[in-house]
Design a protein around this ligand. Sequence first.
Ligand SMILES: C[S@@+](CC[C@H](N)C(=O)[O-])C[C@H]1O[C@@H](n2cnc3c(N)ncnc32)[C@H](O)[C@@H]1O
Length: 342
Amino acid sequence: MLNITTEEQTRIRELYQRVLSVSAQSEFLVSGNPVQPSKLSPEQLDEMWREHRDNMASVVEGNLTSGMKRVAIAGAGRCDSFHLADLLTLANERGVEQIDLIDLNIDALKTALEAAQAKLPGSSLSVANGVSVLHVSPSCNCRAIGCDLTFMLPQLLDDLESDLAADLSTRVANGRDVSSAMAESTSDIIRRSLDGRKIIECDQRYDLVISDCLITQINSFFGVTAVAKWLPILRSNPAADLNLAIVVHEGMLTLDHLQTLFRLAKDDGRIVFVSDVIRIVGDQTPRPRFINRGVDASAILRSLRPDLTIEHLYPTWQWNRSQNETENVSAASLTNQRQDGV
Ligand SMILES: C[S@@+](CC[C@H](N)C(=O)[O-])C[C@H]1O[C@@H](n2cnc3c(N)ncnc32)[C@H](O)[C@@H]1O
C-alpha cells in the first residue's frame, strides 16, 4: 500500500492548491479540468453521468474478483464516476480488506468517504496518521490517499513558470520552427522533472489498480489551445502545428503513467486503464494522432508498449460530462507487465 505520512498529506494539499492557482493564472491547464468542482447539481450528475457510472460499475465489478485483498483507484477524485458505497459493499462481500482511493485532490476524496459513510449502515470514519479511513466492516477499510501520481509536479510547475517561455524564445531565435521548438522545450522540461523526482514506493502492492480517467488530467498540463493562449510566441501559429509537441509529451507521460500503474500493482496484479482521451464529440480542436482517430485504450497503450498483452477491451461508451462536453471513454484490462528497472 502507498505509505503516506501526515506531512505528505499536507504537502499534497498545498500542491493541489498550487496546481489550481497556476492553472487559473496561466491557462495552461485545459478547460473543463475536473480537478475543479463540478458545476452540475447532484440530480444532473445522476442523469448525465448514468451511462458512464453504469459502465464504470460493470468494469470494476468484472475485475474485482474473489481473493483480491488490496485495491487502488487512481484518480478517484470525488468518486462521481462510480457509486463508492456500492463498490465498497461489493468489495467487502468479495473479501477485499483495503481499498485505497488515490488523488491529488485530498479534500475531494474525504468528501467522497463522508458521502459513502452516510449510505453504509454500521460504517464509521476515523483518521489514522493524518489519513482518513472509512471502516466499512471489521475486515474492510477504505483510505483517502493524497498523492501526486506523477511524482514530479512541484518541479514541473517551477520549470514551466521559470523556463518554458525563455527556452522557447531562445530556440525560435536560433532558427527552430515553433512546432519543433515547442516539442523540444516541453519534452526537456518533462524529462528533467521525471529524472529529478523521488517516487514514493508501495510497501505492499495492490491486487487491482484502476486508473480512472487520470491520464487526460496528467497530460492536460500541455493542452494544445491552452498552451497556445498562454505563450504569446505561439499565438500566431495554427494549433495544428503543435501536434508534434503534444504527441511527444503525451506519449512520454502516458507511458510513465502506465509504468506507475505497474509499480503499484503486484507482479500478478490486474490493471484497468480507463481513458477519456479519445474525446469530445463535435470538438474541432486538433488532437494528437491517436485521439483524432478515436483509437481505443488498448491501442493507446500498445502504441507505447507494443509488447503488451491486453486481456480485455471494453466497448467504448459515452460520458456526458457537462452540458456541452461529451467524451468517449475506453477501458482495457491487463495483468502486470512491469519491465526490469521500471
Ligand atoms: C477526470 S478525473 C476522474 C474522475 C473522478 N474519478 C470522479 O469520479 O470524479 C481525474 C482525477 O485525477 C486527479 N489528478 C490529476 N492529476 C493528478 C496527479 N498528478 N496525481 C493524482 N491525481 C491526479 C484529479 O484531481 C481528478 O480527480
